[in-house]
Design a protein around this ligand. Sequence first.
Ligand code: SAM
Length: 752
Amino acid sequence: MEAPIDMSQLPPAYIQSLDQIKTLHHYAQAHKSKPREPKDARTLLMRHRSGIEFAKKQPHQRLSDANTILGIIVGQPYMPSTKSVDELEQITIAQLRTETHHKGKVLLVRRMGGLILARTTIGSIVVDETGTPEILKLGHGDASLGEDGLLPTSVVIAIKEPYYTFNNEKAGELRVDHPSDIVHLRVTDSRVPASLLLEAEGRITEIRSARELKEAGNAALKKKLYVEALNCYTEGLRESCAGEEDIARDLYRNRSQANLLLERHEAAKTDALAALPDSSDELSKLVDAKAYFRAGCAAYHLQDFKDARSLFDKQLQLVGTDKDGKIMLSKVMTRLHEQEHGEYDFSLHGSRLSKAYPRVDAADHLTKSEIKPSPGRGRGLFATVDIKPGDLILCEKAFCVLFEHEEQHFKAVKYDVRTGNVTQGTGALWKELVSKLYRNPISAKAVMALSSGGYTSIDAAATSPDDIAVIDTFHVHDIMVHNAYGCSTPSKKQTQTHFGLNSHSGEINSGIWTHASYINHACVCNAHRTFIGDLILFRATKPIAKGEEITTAYTQIADYDERQKRFTEHWGFQCTCMLCTAEGADTAGDRRGRTRLERKAQTFQERNKLHDDAHPPSTKRVQEAEGLATALKVTYDAKRFEGVPRNAALGIQAWLVQAYHDRHDAASCLTAVVEYFKLLAYEDVVINHATVTLRAGKGSKVNEEAVHTLQYASKVMLETGKRNAAVKLDDLAKELYLIVNGVVDGYTGLPA
Ligand SMILES: C[S@@+](CC[C@H](N)C(=O)[O-])C[C@H]1O[C@@H](n2cnc3c(N)ncnc32)[C@H](O)[C@@H]1O
């Protein structure tokens, strides 16, 4: 989940930058609706050129560098235009007003400068039909599309309902935050004013016939100029006339390939299917097979494995046999098995991970849960079957995830002018998410349906004027803030090392999982999450009955007041789970006293680190720890805390478990383990050489330490010759390990 920033950790330059952002915001508010100040074209262009040079020299700005500052401002939201260009009244740049959203208006401009591809924005200079230049800043845009993909110079750009605001230097600029507010008008378009009929700079307008455009597209595809190829094929389709059905099919089939390469899987599938005739002769069978293969690949990427199976089947029926088709079909069958049964080869998936390949090729398994209303919490996720502790509840691939080592990632401070909140960690994800949503607008609907904490937008997904899906960027932002999960950095080692999946890397990586996002929070929850690459796994920590709500802990903040503050500020709720109810009924003084004692216990543990049984702690130290543990336990009202964890006492109790083990005090060690599980609110806890039982209670919790304490109990049994009890305890430790780690891999248990 998005982390609030610790201002004391920021370099001074950041604080300055934030102050600038805040000052700018106030300046803009004070200059609302004033006439735009004219600008000198020469100065504007010169400054733009030096901006381009500067951006080229700083391709990788990082937070660690105190001299380079990335700040993202989440501005005062304005809605994306849901009108088509034809419905809007044309205005000129001179008519713009400062800090104003020009509703009902459209600006027609052409780009005259290069692009400044900065990490947080994309900038250029545009000129309107009167020759007036102005700065254009795109808050979001798929930089991978390149200059001509983003703002081609071969077209006229319509900026729908333009927003005119101020840049860092308090100079006016056109700001486009919603990519759908930009429409490309071909120069042949009758709406383009004569003065903007530029000399064709792009190649598209030089070529006329559909066949020539197909050849140009193929040449561009070979050179990996995918956007150019796409534009050529699209233009070719517009130019193709009656009698040219074969060429049109080629154009669709080839555009499908360009779309696949641009990760526009929905469009890739539509195009591939549009290319299909009834295969009559051998040659058309071959090209049809190619189209089925492409449609199958697109369906695979869209996780529609049933559809993918039927498409690859059709491909193979046409050609008899094909190596690539067979490989894909075999992968599809594995995915269908994962999807239906929730059975995954997690070791294999983990072993394929690396920083270069941080995403897993796996299916979602979602059938054990469904979205339903959760009284007082909006919607929630509910079990559709009885689920046992340790069972996989769900496994889902991210809709979008960004890892901090990836090229598109950058670290930036984000300042939200609406709330004054300063956060870190999701600026880059926001940009990536918007790009991905535009690339696949149908899948976008699942993301746009997520909770946004009260942001009310237009039903943007339902409208697509000018054939462009409309997505409200600010809505996406708020959805991301309320739903993103922080995840670990993927590596091969994750599934090979002890608690490898649990090792978090500071939560800078984050992503959106659309189904898992429906899980509501409870501090004492019934589902624990881990990650393998971009796969999120939830396992049951206790029995979950069919129809019961699935809950997870959004944050593990120990202090009650701090925790509630975070819930209120970040997610807009107060937690009323069993733990919060019990802790909330303590007096403020009780809580303060407990926190003081807990800190004392933590300091004691830090000063008295345990090593092994060759270096056991002294009796005096153990007595000190026992005193602290007792003092902490009595801070809990026995009745009120029945059945809920007594978190503050856990750390020192775990220290005692190891201390007794290291001192070869078997009886005390086992008693301390029993006590540890009682503190976790486990029920029926019996651990002796004859009986080993523990049962997760309604309010119990589980953690890494619980696994370790059971391992110490197991060791003690082994060392005292009680092998059966040792094995039982080791099995229990392994069961808990599976819950906490997500997979059993990496577990280091008893020696044989
Ligand atoms: C990730 S979403 C969970 C799904 C959400 N309930 C929905 O309807 O889409 C997070 C939001 O759910 C609500 N929520 C989650 N846990 C809650 C709880 N324990 N009590 C009340 N509201 C909760 C809050 O509105 C929070 O901002």
